[in-house]
Design a protein around this ligand. Structure first.
Ligand code: SPV
Ligand code: MN
Length: 620
């Protein structure tokens, strides 16, 4: 039955009528109808998987002015409003039935939330075209993937989504019963630069019940591109209900002995080395931000949900980030957002070349020394300026793993933090529970002087998921612990810390992570020795020295090893106590959490008594 009554509406041009008639999904028809009635667009455009539709969106974004061409015509740039440069925590809310209190989460009663945001959306698309995109979150035809529909009136948002995800209109035609995630977005009224005007009306709401996210009066991709962090809130809940993991993690292959490839996932808070780890030039990148991990036949298998990278550009320079640099200076399609534009070229802070003192940036026409309304210096590019590219632009891409329908087996999980005085550079947990609790659930990230005015302020960020959490943290951890029980072969869990300091100076170089990856890869295969400490296993000097030689052509000294791998007992006990305090305050904390933390504290105290405060790894 071709039952498309919505296609009779006058706002459907004949071309679009055909496209919608091919899809017989009743839920989809109702969904689209509802938002056409609410937002009152003057026209509708359905984005199929065709090259023509891709080109249409890209061209319209330029014509309308949300993006502009750079000198290299495969490159475009986009600005978000000066006040719309990042995720908006305050106006991001999870809608729950009875305004159920969820620790760490900004919740709101569902009906009130929907009424509030729908009243902001009323008639908001008048005179505009509603764009409707159909996507696969994960590889097409994979049992691990989910489907999603994005409604937006922003060509830039749709264009970004088409770079970052797989268009899958075909699937909706072939499977009329498909369940799908729903994303509804409007950028609202825009100014002459085509940036959102009504920032006060910005809202990002999650309707977990309705499997939907609604966002309005914003353009920043983290608030608008549905399949990215909006879907994440919905899939965290789904994973909890169904017993798998939806995580804020990269996915990469590490090349080992012979032709062995070992897959790792990794969760790090932002600016802690996540992107640069999965893009270490000698290894294989699969994805840099979001994975699903599911159990099959006792093995944990992971897919990258994305097809592209929405990466931080600040500080990307040729020496430290050769892989990204090559992409940004290549010819592939790229959107630069919130960077400085001068004479058709993009510039950003920390790029390692001199930056022009004038141009156009997120504050409009810019000159060095310009101040904002609060009297603060406006930087050439925003700290959260980004690049949007397809993963296929990266030379180190593991294409087979990216497209794998079954996902790749996860053999190691890495948790990273930013700690000047606790965790050593790399450490293997004692077992699954110890890794989940004392590594993942204990991540802290130190703020830098630049962002807060005071260094060393540690922010608790379990699994680097706290800003995206949509479920009770205790239940989330319980699911993680239970997931391990299902596995015949549990991935080893590691913690890394690239930010250890002594007398104010970093103890490691950025490139050292390449060595830690090789060590972890060997450990997965039972190779290499390790020293048992109260916090887990650390590498032996004799194993690291040859690795530094072969991987980095560096001489690694005993003194360096000694300084980097000391067990700083008091600092570690203080950290465990801080984490213990957080979990003690939650009613749903699984009992293993406090037990595991207590056991580690006891082991550290014992070591402190026998070996003193600051313990050299050579004495263990
Ligand atoms: C992050 O900040 O973790 C990102 C970018 O990946 S955003 O889309 O804003 O979440
Ligand atoms: Mn992220």
């Amino acid at each position: 039955m071709k039952s498309s009554n919505i296609s009779n509406r006058p706002i459907f041009p004949p071309s679009e009528t055909k496209k919608i008639e091919f899809i017989e999904n009743q839920d989809l028809q109702k969904f689209i109808s509802h938002y056409i009635d609410l937002m009152e667009p003057s026209s509708v455009f359905l984005v199929t998987d065709s090259d023509e539709d891709y080109e249409f969106i890209r061209r319209k974004s330029l014509e309308y002015g949300e993006e502009k061409l750079l000198k290299k015509t495969s490159h475009t740039y986009h600005f978000d409003n000066y006040l719309d440069q990042a995720r908006d925590k305050e106006n991001t809310k999870v809608l729950t039935e009875k305004r159920e209190k969820l620790p760490f989460i900004n919740t709101m009663e569902r009906t009130a939330g929907i009424n509030e945001i729908e009243s902001l959306m009323k008639g908001i698309m008048k005179g505009r075209t509603m764009l409707i995109g159909f996507f696969s979150l994960g590889p097409k035809n994979s049992p691990l993937s989910l489907k999603a529909v994005q409604i937006t009136d922003s060509y830039y948002v749709m264009h970004s989504e088409m770079i970052l995800y797989r268009s899958d209109y075909e699937y909706f035609i072939r499977n009329p019963e498909t369940n799908f995630l729903k994303f509804i977005h409007s950028q609202g009224e825009v100014d002459s630069r085509k940036t959102t005007k009504n920032i006060k009306g910005r809202r990002v709401f999650f309707d977990l019940e309705g499997n939907a996210s609604l966002s309005v009066n914003t353009q920043y991709a983290g608030n608008t591109v549905g399949l990215k962090k909006l879907a994440f809130r919905l899939t965290i809940k789904k994973a909890l209900e169904e017993g798998w993991l939806s995580e804020h993690m990269f996915l990469m292959g590490v090349n080992g002995k012979g032709n062995r490839v070992t897959y790792f996932t990794g969760a790090f808070p932002s600016a802690c080395g996540k992107t640069s780890t999965c893009m270490v030039p000698s290894e294989r990148i699969v994805g840099d931000d979001l994975v699903f991990i599911k159990e099959k036949d006792g093995i944990a298998r992971a897919i990258n949900l994305e097809y592209g990278v929405f990466g931080i550009i600040d500080g990307v320079n040729e020496e430290d980030d050769g892989t990204i640099w090559d992409v940004l200076y290549g010819n592939d399609e790229t959107i630069f957002s919130n960077v400085l534009i001068n004479n058709g070229e993009p510039y950003w802070n920390g790029m390692g070349v001199s930056i022009p003192e004038t141009g156009e940036n997120h504050s409009a026409v810019w000159k060095k020394g310009n101040k904002d309304s609060e009297g603060k210096d406006i930087p050439a590019s925003h700290k959260n300026a980004r690049f949007t590219v397809k993963l296929s632009s990266f030379s180190g891409l593991d294409k087979a793993a990216l497209d794998s329908k079954e996902g790749v087996p996860v053999e190691g999980i890495i948790f990273g933090g930013r700690d000047s005085d606790t965790w050593p550079p790399v450490c293997e947990s004692l077992d699954w529970n110890h890794g989940v609790i004392n590594k993942g659930a204990s991540i802290e990230s130190e703020t830098t002087a630049a962002s807060i005015g005071k260094t060393g302020v540690r922010t608790f960020n379990a699994m680097s998921i706290m800003e995206f959490l949509s479920v009770d943290l205790g239940k989330y951890l319980e699911n993680y612990l239970k997931f391990g029980v299902k596995l015949k072969k549990k991935p080893l869990i590691f913690a890394v810390n690239y930010f250890l300091k002594e007398n104010g100076a970093f103890l490691n170089e950025k490139v050292d992570k390449a060595v830690w990856l090789k060590w972890m890869e060997e450990r997965v295969h039972g190779e290499g020795e390790a020293t048992l400490t109260p916090i887990g296993y650390i590498p032996k000097y004799e194993d690291l020295r040859p690795l530094f030689k072969t991987v980095l052509q560096k001489e690694y000294t005993k003194d360096q090893y000694d300084a980097q791998f000391r067990i700083r007992t008091s600092k570690l006990i203080e950290k465990d106590l801080r984490i213990r305090e957080v979990y003690r305050g939650l009613t749903t904390t699984p009992k293993q959490v406090l037990t595991e933390l207590d056991k580690e504290i006891a082991r550290l105290k014992e070591l402190q008594q026998s070996h003193g405060e600051d313990v050299s790894p050579f004495t263990l």
